[in-house]
Design a protein around this ligand. Structure first.
Ligand code: PLP
Length: 397
């Protein structure tokens, strides 16, 4: 069958692929430790699960308004006010089936052929493909490890052209964990306003920050940039709710209403039951979030220090999210039994074959010098896994 050309323009999500591969090898009996997961290893907190069960018992099982139930929109409005000092009305909020779906609808609402969208690299794997599916061109903006993997305003200004429609920012970042300060965002906001482009701010890791690093959204900088910002967030990462599929956007009414229109012709509303659970996540007891972040913080400290202890690996210390993105390029060109490590994909393959370790190649995120490890796995797995990586590296000649 001849498929539509758009299918050939994109790739299946490489992070979901590595998780599937690790699971398949495990099913064959191999003792795989996976650092591939892009989701918290905790259960959804009990109060949230109970809220969902209650909603089923109450028969809250029908279609809801396309963009989300008023109760959830109000919980989101209150969250944005409480946590970020941002004021929005119901017509400026849309709830979708996960932040990924939010981004997809947003791209469909905003981008078309001829548009350029600036995607800083290392980037979350889905950004370029979501832009491509909308017919626009992702313009990859390489950040430097020396700049903390961050966009700097002067370099940003240089890549903006007459075709530039938007910049996608992700802070804290998947895969690097880099997080912008308020002042850094303020400098970027000046460029956004001056060049009159849109900024898409993916804040899904807002709650997962370490060492007291304060979270800032670019929309907090001022009214002029807020009018050009679409804040994207969700409950997946903060509340260990990846399977529930609830994400949301807050932004200018015309954009939000276009996203809602598009959603009305693809999924209709997000799941009624999940919406009730998300209300509880946002309004209910927040203590589980802090407990998860504390566990992530201990793991981060251990994994960064132990990776840095392996000769040939250097590791950037992430301020947020639950990934490390070590530079392993010093190992390229080395060999094992005659086969050469040529880059991040080949190193990832080597770790899987020789050490039963699953990681994602940096190339999938736009940086072949690195690999990504998720530390959303137990301390026991992390200890054993890093030891295996160390031994595998020692075998290279
Ligand atoms: C996990 C993730 C998302 C998607 O989250 P869902 O709400 O589960 O769709 C979006 N952006 C980034 C950077 C992520 O890591």
């Amino acid at each position: 069958m001849k498929l539509a050309q758009r299918v050939g323009r994109i790739q299946p999500s490489p992070t979901l692929a590595i998780t599937a591969k690790a699971n398949a090898l495990r099913a064959e009996g191999r003792d795989i430790i996976s650092f591939g997961a892009g989701e918290p290893d905790f259960d959804t907190p009990a109060n949230i699960r109970e809220a969902a069960i209650r909603s089923i018992r109450d028969g809250f099982t029908r279609y809801t308004p396309v963009g989300g139930i008023p109760e959830l929109k109000d919980a989101i409005i209150e969250k944005l006010r409480r946590d970020n000092g941002l004021a929005y009305g119901r017509s400026e909020i849309v709830v979708s089936c996960g932040a990924k779906h939010v981004l997809y609808n947003l791209a469909q609402a905003l981008f078309e052929e001829g548009d350029e969208v600036i995607v800083p690299s290392p980037y979350w794997v889905s950004y370029p493909d979501i832009v491509l599916l909308a017919g626009a061109a992702p313009v990859i903006f390489e950040t430097r490890e020396a700049d903390g993997f961050k966009v700097t305003p002067d370099r940003l200004e240089e890549v903006i052209t007459g075709q530039t429609k938007a910049l996608i920012l992700n802070s804290p970042s998947n895969p690097t964990g880099a997080t912008y300060t308020f002042d850094e965002l303020k400098a970027i906001a000046d460029v956004i306003v001056k060049k009159d482009i849109v900024v898409i701010s993916d804040e899904i890791y807002e709650k997962i920050l370490y060492d007291g690093f304060p979270f800032s959204s670019i929309a907090m900088v001022g009214e002029a940039v807020k009018r050009r910002s679409v804040v994207v967030n969700g409950v997946s990462k903060a509340y260990a709710m990846t399977g529930w599929r609830i994400g949301y956007a807050a932004g200018p009414e015309d954009i939000v209403s276009a996203m809602t229109k598009i959603q009305s012709q693809n999924t209709s509303n997000p799941t009624s039951i999940s919406q009730k659970a998300a209300v509880e996540a946002l309004n209910g007891d927040q203590s589980a979030v802090g407990e998860m972040v504390e566990a992530f913080a201990q793991r981060r400290d251990y994994i960064v220090a132990s990776l840095c202890g392996i000769a040939g690996i250097s590791c950037f210390n992430p301020e947020g999210a639950f990934y490390v993105f070590p530079d392993v390029s010093a190992l390229y060109g080395k060999t094992y039994k005659g086969s050469v490590i040529t880059g991040s994909a080949s190193f990832a393959e080597y770790l899987l074959d020789v050490a039963n370790i699953a990681v994602v190649s940096g190339a999938a995120f736009g940086s072949d010098a690195h690999i990504r490890l998720s530390y959303a796995t137990s301390m026991e797995n992390i200890r054993e896994g890093i030891e295996r990586i160390g031994n595998a590296v020692k075998k290279l000649g």
